[in-house]
Design a protein around this ligand. Structure first.
Ligand code: IPE
Ligand code: IPE
Ligand code: MG
Length: 241
């Protein structure tokens, strides 16, 4: 039996270092990074992935210098406007997770329009994590649960794993199977803390602007070689010793 294709999540890191290595401002790295996003979305669709989640801007990235943040927001707007025809033609549904109210309207508007226009697409889900933090997302879920409990619609004993999962923005996405981080860093940086509970992790030294279809395929190959046990025993190992 061939296993189902994985939900892949990517921490797209290394834009700044890519630019610095060329003596260019960090913004050039982000521009090239946006090109890599286009390539990888196309490859993911062609490879038949059900979902691709991209960490594009963290809740903590607001701390960066204002010109860099502004540049990233403009790239986001351009992405939503320029990629709309292709995403719709390829039957891709756009989902945004994170505190999107913090995004400037000029970026939020086109993103919301594309989300609405693509809501019924089923070919693949492209999930963009924007102003996203895993701890912030869990705090929001906790807030929702407490609110329902205070209103008398939920009893404490009903709060289980499924109840928390149902109150996350990712509730309609499959769990993350493969989590990739580029640029050699080996940390989660507040990305999908809950959803990655049993994700296979692949770290690659490639800087995000250099990442392409071959790198995605290499990560998928590494994933296929992993044995996922979820705390149980691998098939065939369940004989009593
Ligand atoms: C990732 O690249 C893009 C964002 C976090 C928005 P970085 O900007 O973090 O690049 P490095 O890590 O400084 O090289
Ligand atoms: C994580 O990368 C956020 C994104 C890729 C959007 P960072 O570059 O912000 O993370 P740290 O600072 O290295 O942990
Ligand atoms: Mg970084």
């Amino acid at each position: 039996m061939t296993p189902r294709p994985p939900h892949v999540a990517i921490i797209m890191d290394g834009n700044g270092r890519w630019a610095a290595a060329r003596g260019l401002p960090r913004t050039h790295g982000h521009r090239e990074g946006a090109q890599a996003v286009r390539r990888v979305v196309r490859a993911a669709r062609e490879l038949g992935l059900p979902a691709l989640t991209l960490y594009a801007f963290s809740a903590q990235n607001w701390q960066r210098p204002r010109p860099e943040v502004d540049h990233l927001m403009r790239l986001l707007r351009r992405f939503a406007l320029d990629e709309a025809p292709e995403l719709l033609a390829r039957d891709i549904r756009l989902v945004v997770i994170g505190e999107s109210r913090r995004l400037p309207l000029f970026a939020r508007g086109p993103l919301a329009a594309l989300q609405a226009a693509s809501a019924h697409n089923r070919g693949m889900t492209l999930c963009l994590a924007l102003s996203y933090g895993g701890r912030e997302a869990l705090a929001a879920a906790a807030r929702a649960l407490v609110g329902e409990a205070a209103a008398g619609r939920l009893r404490p004993e009903q709060v289980d794993v499924a109840a928390v999962a149902a109150r996350l923005a990712t509730s309609r996405l499959p769990p993350v199977d493969l989590l990739i981080r580029t640029s050699g860093e080996q940390r989660l940086s507040n990305f999908l803390l809950w959803e990655s509970a049993y994700a296979e992790l692949v770290f690659t030294p490639t800087l995000w602007p250099d990442f392409g279809r071959a790198d995605l395929e290499a990560a998928l190959e590494a994933y296929r070689c992993r044995e996922r046990r979820f705390g149980g025993l691998a098939p065939g190992r369940d004989v009593t010793a």
